[in-house]
Design a protein around this ligand. Sequence first.
Ligand SMILES: [Zn+2]
Length: 451
Amino acid sequence: MNIVFLGGAETVTGSKFLVETDTTRVLVDCGLFQGYKWLRRRNRDPLPVDIGSLDAVILTHAHLDHSGYLPVLYKRGYRGPVFAHPATVELCGIMLADSGHIQEEEARFCQRHKIGRHEKPEPLYNQDEANASLTLFQSLGYEQPMTIGDIRFHLQPVGHILGAGSVILEAEGKRVGFSGDVGRLDDIFMHAPKPLPALDLLLLESTYGNRLHRAEDPFAELAEVINSTVEGGGRVLIPSFAVGRAQVLQYMLDRLMREQRIPKLPVYLDSPMAIDVSEIYWNYPEQHKLSQQECRSLGQSTIYTRSVDASKELLGQTYPHIIIAGSGMATGGRILHHFKKLLSDHKTTVIFAGYQAGGTRGAKMVAGAETVKIHGAWIPVKARIEMLDGLSAHADYGELEQWLQQSDLAAGTAIQLVHGEPEASETFRDYLRQHTSYEVDVAGYRTILRL
Ligand SMILES: [Zn+2]
């Protein structure tokens, strides 16, 4: 069996792992490269695989860096099945269409403002192509076995976000695990990842391979930032991923208000996509820790602004309030309109609540950029910038090591580290080599591993 690392190697985005046996080829994850321009350019490169020869795609979860390349695959002729958990299928229904829409908007914007080198910039894919790719999806519940050619596989729960799973795959007498994105062992919101069975090879994510999450209580941290901003008469902007993070934030804000740890403030969820995703989350109660009553309370305490008009009205509000809007790394979405209006006001606080990939506007702001470019204009950053890192949906290296210890992995099991910036993966490799008996290495982009 060959494993070819077509993405999610030496970077946290673009996850794509090709598995080849003598008779069968499947792609585990089909993600977009995001962040730096040189990385995003890879989305336009031809895949070094005959797309017609692919027998199936398996998705670990719905995040675009794991699913967002599917419409490209469809556009280039792929018509085989895409297996994913039913919640992932529902979430992709929203996210891929939105991704197509964003690609179209960006291409139009670049054309209108003559940004970029092309006379008529083409979107990577449009909304119709994204919607067409959804017809390939086939639901696969947790622990449900599936066979394609001589490859057998199933998904097992891994926390992180709704529908997320590790892929356990068997062929030619070998068993390989693809961790997918691994959730926290003790998450506010999601259940812990299931320990792995015995494996010959594990592809393990390493997003936080060089970081331990701070032990502080994220509720207390969030309350402090909100209270000090409100006392100063300012507004709170929270760029948020629509899937997972927006729901955790709704829950935390609702609870802080119910417990009177922050004043009752209007909380706007200014993202049609996050609003739809919240509805899906409340439909899978077995996958998260919230009671039905808590789900209902959230629906009442958050003001949903779906329409563009309702969103524009928010720009005129001057009293303290909280706006949660996409995108999570401030690379697009409605948060940018709020930034244009409020980033240059020192009373504003921006709270980043998730991982900020290198090269994104979010990463620049967290690193202390004094100005950021939004829609072609440079905006001074006078607002207070906060990073709430206790909310991460990824296990840190200590939790990953603990997860490995809970698993049935024998000494000497091969581990290839994927889904990490090089420094994180390399630090984690050295750590695991010193503290465990696994055979650990960092996967190289476009390298082939023979098993
Ligand atoms: Zn993810």
